[in-house]
Design a protein around this ligand. Structure first.
Ligand code: NAD
Length: 509
């Protein structure tokens, strides 16, 4: 917690940053899900604070967009270095504030570093095409320009990495940022913003380039999504709020990048390495206490291996090292708060009422702390309403299939379209799964689980997951505006499409 406590008390407690730390909203008590202890009380951003932070980021954009992209990338390179230095401290903070096991928090901070490294190379690659012009003596080309202020609204489950995905690319692309983190995880956001501030200021740039507003979705979130100065809203969160955000941003013809809920499934065929599949499914379902957008929520088992796989999954579930996430031996920690445990319990009751059967787990573990529960395995049908929803908790629904076509239809038969996987050593089954007739998801893996995407690929999903793509590949294009340019160096005026302009004489009359 040194990153927080080594700062001056007043500064550490302010939930708004526009180059200086000051906030005038309500107080927010940040409580650890590990044991319910109060970590810190911070003053959140008011609506006016939010306006001020956006205005400062907008002003800072004027200068930042003129810095050559490779020089902006150098700042991001230094950000990666600073994150490397703070890696352990930040990991401990994420675990204390959000409750994920310490090994996973280290992975999250590593992901921030990796995406910064990736973005450094982009600083020399975010170029456009030069295309053949149909007119002699003309050049036709595309340019990519910075957008302006990018609003980054993040979910609690990746309190730092999602910002880094947006920030590293957004900064290299010449944009400035205003980050609205989840009110469940503001301390990690404050710590990371401080690191970005130091790096920016050390390089002679305004800290307002990496603005921050901690506050409720209703107050500061709403302001941000409706503010015309925020050219792109990159929103990561649940489907219902994402639907609202997408519509509000569209109403003012702003841009949105939506990374919403998932309902990932894994198909296991009779030709799979069953032990490998069981381990991948188990970690995919139980890791981060089932609180990842890519969490494995459904497993679709061929009828001939169903019983064997259920026995193995039950063994793994019973083995689960559940406990204090700061303890290296814990594979699963608490859910983010007591409400999430209630939501999980309610979902299990609904599953039973809809014809499901709890095969294992789902019990409260009040002896460990206020928000611990054992992961649950539930025999279910895909058409049960509760299976169609994303319950952000460690519940794995077990489904049965006869033919691969049926399995693919089950996998695709939900409103969300983020992550999917098949375990098989039969190349025909594998190829079908990733063909146009296969998985309809943004991520489709063969013999690899649904969680733990690499930053080098574009990340995101279809249908109610929102269609956004972040992180690797050409995702940077979402953070820039494309400009198509014709340069005429012919000395004459020639119109496109062969159109002629017949002007008689000097056409003065
Ligand atoms: P959430 O939807 O409750 O909140 C997400 C963010 O939206 C928070 O910062 C919240 O304060 C803000 N918000 C709330 N109302 C708002 C409004 N009216 N305007 C603007 N912002 C508003 O989600 P959560 O519980 O923090 O996170 C879990 C959800 O996020 C799950 O559905 C999960 O699948 C999803 N998620 C998706 C991805 C992805 O990449 N697809 C990644 C992580 C999490």
């Amino acid at each position: 917690m040194g990153l927080m406590l080594s700062r001056k008390e007043t500064e550490a407690a302010a939930g708004a940053f526009d180059g200086t730390w000051r906030a005038s909203g309500e107080e927010l008590e940040v409580v650890s899900p590990i044991d319910g202890t109060l970590l810190q009380t911070i003053v959140t951003a008011s609506g006016q604070d939010c306006d001020r932070v956006i205005a400062a980021a907008d002003e800072a954009f004027g200068a930042w967009r003129l810095v050559p992209a490779p020089k902006r990338a150098e700042v991001v390179r230094q950000l990666a270095e600073a994150l490397r230095e703070a890696r352990e401290e930040l990991s401990q903070l994420v675990t204390r504030e959000m409750g994920k096991p310490i090994g996973e928090s280290r992975g999250e901070i590593q992901e921030m570093i990796d995406v910064c490294d990736f973005a450094v190379g982009l600083g020399r690659q975010i170029g456009g095409l030069t295309l053949p012009s149909e007119r002699a003596g003309h050049r036709l080309m595309e340019q990519w320009h910075p957008l302006g202020v990018v609003g980054v609204v993040t979910a609690f489950n990746f309190p730092t990495a999602v910002w880094a995905w947006n920030a590293a690319l957004g900064l290299v692309c010449g944009n400035t940022l205003v980050w609205k983190p989840s009110s469940k995880t503001p301390l990690a956001a404050i710590a990371v913003t401080r690191i970005a501030q130091e790096v920016l200021e050390r390089n002679g740039h305004s800290g307002a380039i990496a603005g921050l507003v901690v506050g409720s979705g209703k107050e500061v979130g709403e302001r941000m999504i409706r503010d015309r100065r925020v050219k792109l809203v990159s929103y990561t969160g649940s489907v219902p709020i994402g639907r609202h955000v997408g519509q509000a941003v569209q109403e003012r013809f702003g841009r949105s990048l939506l990374e919403l809920g998932g309902n990932a499934a894994v198909i296991v065929t009779p030709h799979a390495d069953l032990e490998m599949a069981a381990r991948a499914i188990y970690f995919g379902a139980v890791g981060t206490a089932g609180q990842r957008c890519t969490t494995t929520r459904r497993v679709i088992l061929h009828e001939t291996i169903y019983d064997q796989m259920v026995v193995r999954l039950k063994q793994l579930y019973a083995w689960t090292p559940l406990g204090d996430p700061r303890d290296e031996a814990s594979l699963m920690g608490p859910l983010v708060d007591g409400n999430s445990v209630l939501v999980m319990r309610r979902a299990l009751a609904e599953a039973v009422a809809q014809g499901g059967e709890v095969l294992h787990g789902g019990e409260l573990r009040g002896d460990l702390g206020p928000s611990y529960a054992t992961p649950a395995l539930v025999a279910a049908r895909n058409d049960m309403p509760i299976v169609q929803q994303e319950t952000f908790a460690p519940i794995l629904y077990v489904l049965k299939y006869k033919t691969l076509d049926e399995a693919v239809a089950l996998q695709n038969g939900v409103p969300q379209g983020l992550a999917s996987a098949i375990f098989t050593n039969d190349m025909r089954e594998a190829e079908l799964f990733i063909s146009e007739a296969g998985s309809d998801c943004g991520l489709a893996n063969i013999n690899a689980g649904t969680v733990g995407a690499e930053i080098g690929g574009a990340f995101g999903g279809e249908k109610e997951t929102g269609g956004g793509r972040e992180s690797g590949s050409d995702s940077w294009k979402a953070y820039m505006r494309r400009q198509t340019t014709v340069v005429n160096y012919s000395g004459g005026l020639e119109l496109a499409q062969g159109v002629t302009l017949n002007i008689d004489g000097d056409a003065t009359e």
